[in-house]
Ligand binder design. Sequence first.
Ligand SMILES: *[C@@H]1O[C@H](CO)[C@@H](O)[C@H](O)[C@H]1NC(C)=O
Length: 399
Amino acid sequence: MLSMTSDLIFFRGTVRYASVHAHLGRIGSRRDDLESLAYTLVFLLRGRLPWQGYQGENKGFLVCKKKMCTSPESLCSFCPQPFKEFVEYVVNLKFDEEPNYAKCISLFDSIVGPNPDIRPINTDGAQKLIHQVGQKRGRISLEGETDEQPKKKIRMGMPATQWISVYNARRPMKQRYHYNVADSRLVQHIDKGNEDGLFISCISSCANLWALIMDAGTGFSSQVYELSPHFLHKEWIMDQWDRNYYITALAGANNGSSLVVMSKGTLYTQQSYKVSDTFPFKWINKKWRDGFYVTSMATAGNKWAIVMSRNAGFSEQVVELDFLYPSEGVHKRWDSGYRITAVAATWDQTALILSVPRRKPTDETQETLRTSAFPSQHVKEKWSKNLYLASVCYGRTVS
Ligand SMILES: *[C@@H]1O[C@H](CO)[C@@H](O)[C@H](O)[C@H]1NC(C)=O
């Protein structure tokens, strides 16, 4: 449960040479070793790296951000050409991709000259490691792949913001959505929904306007909400806690106002929240140890609000925090029984909470979409396949 974040908190290795994936708390693979080697070589050659000099609590984040937006060309602008090619090759390796060591070595032939006495590289150890982590791969072949061009996955460029929407398979139910809702129109939508037997299941904000999902499948018996100019309004939340309401959805607008929805009829027994300028990994880690799980999350500008509850119905939980939508991580987690249970994004980062439910759902299907406009047409198509909106957020997803 703690594996995803322990690397981030108890960061092992040197920040200066760490791979981007190591910064993001991913499980290390040989790709990461090669990326560190590339940074080390460039450092030895040039005497410094572009991400040196950051200080303070946010250092790791700033270094990681700089690494992600430094192109191989600019990193290696004063290095011989093979270094640039090496950096390009290693930063584009996939998690379980077999590094082509022979190719890496041959890149440097032009500057060190081919050495006929060079010993063949023994990759037996590496191969054992692969089998231990359960990857099914064929035998390592150093021949035959040498002509393959490295895949181009561009890390730089203008950030783009999108809607991320998450759909779960459910028995047919009534669901309704509203988007681009101004503050003044919230009441009428919510009142109408309540009249029709719907409660708010999730909310989000884009450009200081609200997106609102209401449905008949929440299991809540009663619901209250507050629109507040604060992120978040502590007194109101504490009053509702006293009345046995728990936070079940929240959203923050860019201008710092928030919409908090609290419901009766959840299984939660205790709840706690934190508002923070950086993603509060340490706090989450501590709460996990106390039996709390993240149940809602929102951002306002670059601020995060995380809600954690006891008796949340999960047996395990991880956080995927990335500078872009972490599809590689999500697919790996889906394969091992996790489902996305909360999403939030700032202009810089996207956070996904993935949890293993205590009670396995009869249909585990979960799908995600990233769209530049609110996915109204897609939602309707999903309904026809009994897939219902479960989480939605707006923020940075690609770079
Ligand atoms: C945030 O923006 C909305 C829409 O422009 C406006 O109605 C609201 O008063 C603003 N809130 C704050 C706290 O500035």
